[in-house]
Design a protein around this ligand. Sequence first.
Ligand code: PLP
Ligand code: CA
Length: 304
Amino acid sequence: TSTGSIKLTSAEQAEEFLSKYDDFLFDCDGVLWAGSKLLPHVIETLDLLRSRGKRLIFVTNNSTKSRKAYTGKFAKFGIVVNEDEIFCSAYSAAVYLKDVIEFPKDKKVLIVGEKGVEEELEAAGIQYVGGTDPALRKVDPTEEDIDALHYDPSIGAVLCGLDLKITYLKIANALLQIQNKDTLFLATNIDSTFPTHGKLLPGAGTIVGTLITSSGRTPVALGKPSEAMMDCIKAKFQFNPERACMVGDRLNTDMVFGTKGGLGTLMVLTGVDKEESIQPENNPLVQPKFYADRLGVLYELLGS
Ligand code: PLP
Ligand code: CA
């Protein structure tokens, strides 16, 4: 083909690929599994990488689960991972607040989001309000409910992610906080949609979008492909980007994320983007350095 990307089709190429990297960052859906199905030879490939002393980091934009809860999702597929190997966007937000900007200990974060965000802020020792608190969950607010909304100077940041129990009152309350320009505006991720039950449903970006539209502000987004998330991953794992590789299935998120971060990239064809979309004549934003039919190719070429 005319693409500048190298397709992994021989044991020699696979060896050459592995020799370039010590750390592997993985997107999950479309790389390890597709919906509810584990992809072929994924477990064998992860074992192969581990046996060669590679470090594995699993990066997901899903903010609804904590790292701990996400290990349960891996276990359902029979993949054994350590909580420390998971980097979800809720954890990314916690690292950003704690280690990157050193959020003041006497301030609180207003969460528009779910339990995963609460658990990660809790673990980082960051005070929060909102989240799963039922206080603003009323779907038919009265004049009094609206009247009771107010700006709270003890709230130093609003952190918004996917919230299946979103209400007008929660949005209105968050807006009152970020109308003050001193209140930080953060988003766990701004995905337009997410895959579930064989459908694409409205993602965190649709909820963050209500606050962007109403406030006119742009949040710092802490999921892929934002550089802030890469900064958080680098803050935790301290790897050499030149010796790290981002593995993913999407050009406009995973491959952009890896490339902007100065990492190598491997695109697999088991998810959103297919071989045609990498071709230079199709004008992709980025070209992966390597690509393969599936992650399991590494084991198939080298393992047995
Ligand atoms: N947000 C939610 C709520 C999800 O369930 C998912 C995937 O399952 C995502 C985002 C996207 O996650 P990933 O970055 O692993 O593709
Ligand atoms: Ca994916």
